[in-house]
Design a protein around this ligand. Sequence first.
Ligand SMILES: Cc1cc2nc3c(=O)[nH]c(=O)nc-3n(C[C@H](O)[C@H](O)[C@H](O)COP(=O)(O)O)c2cc1C
Length: 329
Amino acid sequence: MSQTDRALTTALAQAAATAGRAPSVHNTQPWRWRVLPDGLELRVVRDRQLTATDPEGRLLVLSCGAALHHARVALAAEGWRAGVERIPHADDPDLLARFTGLTQVGADPEAMHLVQCMRIRHTDRRPVSDEPIADSALDEITEAATADGIRLQLLDRGQVLQLATAASQADTVESEDPQLRAELAYWTGRAGDVGLPAAVLPEAPPQTTVPGRDFGRPGTLPVGSGHDQAAGYALLYGDEDEPVDWLRAGEALSAGWLTATRLGVSVVPLSGVVEVPGTRAALRGMLAGVGYPYLVLRMGLADPTHAGPPHTPRLGVDKVVDTSAVRGT
Ligand SMILES: Cc1cc2nc3c(=O)[nH]c(=O)nc-3n(C[C@H](O)[C@H](O)[C@H](O)COP(=O)(O)O)c2cc1C
């Protein structure tokens, strides 16, 4: 194996490991990577799909899209340019992406900066501070989250109130369904390398304009007495509603969230409104029927006086990255 080939497989394995930091619904981390001598494959792990909450796999694939973007950025930071084929085989839909045609081009400084942001990005469910986000920051985040067929729309005051109604309806529907409740209970309050530990869940419902997800059990994260009046809400949406669009939406989510992190803006995804068909239709109405909603984001400046919740745990690299095809070569 030449030195360049060895450098390539090392960079691919590192990119796949770095992608493990990506956000995922309920921290399910539903991805698995396979390092090949000349490429990298991303597969969805159906065992960690929320089959009751997300039967179509929208949030499952969206989460994998966030990991795909993390890997793309990590490779660019290591100095590699790659082509990406998304869902390359119709008869193998679980193969979500493949990196091909890798060439060494020199490290991209912006990507290196975003890799630093991956290390500090996390979901902070406390109310945000009273200080509004600068328009220039919102513009940068919106631009970063715009990709082929995917856009991020900031909601105006009237739309935020409609969203608040939809979010509380979604919560009611989900809390009345025993299967959804059981699934949520399985993934929350866990001590392990997947799911949500009590330390990242609010100890009481925070005061927010749009209700956050009711996790069905109190956590241990102090929420303080603040109200996130200065928070901004945005809708991630796109032209189509197929798995490849959810994958791209996840990539856009990661791009927007990492940019937000660089700018000191906290992001909390709110997916309950998308999980419930009735409230997803209401969101579609807010887009005047011209697009398909994938995810709602709450954005705001994090409270600077507290460090916020700890990082949510992750699966070990050996559980998500398969290097058997390059081992010993
Ligand atoms: C598709 C998707 C949907 C999510 N939905 C919610 C949600 O409804 N409420 C919430 O508080 N967090 C939500 N999250 C955040 C995840 O719970 C979080 O990313 C995961 O637990 C990992 O933690 P971290 O972001 O701090 O690394 C969502 C994340 C993704 C990618």
